[in-house]
Write a protein that binds this ligand. Structure first.
Ligand code: AMP
Length: 172
């Protein structure tokens, strides 16, 4: 894990003043770090019968795809509004300034699915909470929640249901 941590780049005041952005591009560009990420993420879900991984646009697409590939599961994108071409369902949620929307294809997940929701960073948890509700409405058998990084000071876990099973590789 030290190998990964050493490659996470802190970018001050991005995208706005006061934010320290955890940049994972410096992890993903390193072949060994990318391999470790795929292996470590998948180890947490090996015996769970996962059928689909939902990656949240856009940074969640990277780790989510790797995780799906490692688990032999399918990959499903959760996207910003208007990006998905077929019939979608949507969930609106509050952001620091104004509202945002997340969408998923209506036929992407069904009652036989065991799903992992993945994003790169857990901050306030708003984005993941909305995605959780969206996927829940499609009635899968089980939903797990996963991040590469968890910013514990922001207590994003509180935004998610109490019984949600949440894992993160690295906590700050
Ligand atoms: P959240 O506040 O948990 O809804 O986070 C919103 C989105 O922004 C998530 O997709 C996170 O990956 C990303 N994000 C929020 N804060 C940071 C941060 N400090 N560094 C990197 N990504 C962040």
């Amino acid at each position: 894990m030290e190998y990964i941590k050493a490659r996470i780049r802190d970018v001050k005041d991005f995208p706005t003043k006061g934010i320290i952005f955890k940049d994972l591009t410096t992890v993903f560009k390193d072949p060994r770090a990318l391999h470790i990420i795929g292996w470590d993420l998948s180890q947490m879900y090996r015996d769970k019968g996962v059928t689909k991984v939902v990656g949240i646009e856009s940074r969640g697409f990277i780790g989510g795809s790797i995780l799906a590939f490692e688990l032999g599961a399918g990959f499903v994108p959760a996207r910003k509004p208007g990006k998905l071409p077929a019939d979608t369902i949507r969930m609106e949620y509050d952001k620091e300034y104004g509202k945002d929307v997340i969408e998923i294809h209506r036929d992407a997940i069904g009652p036989d699915d065991i799903v992992v929701l993945h994003d790169d960073v857990l901050a306030t948890g708003g984005t993941m909470a909305a995605t959780y509700k969206l996927v829940k409405s499609l009635n899968p058998k089980k939903i797990y929640v996963n991040f590469i990084i968890e910013l514990t000071a922001l207590n994003g876990r509180a935004a998610l249901p109490e019984d949600a099973e949440i894992t993160s590789l690295i906590k700050y």
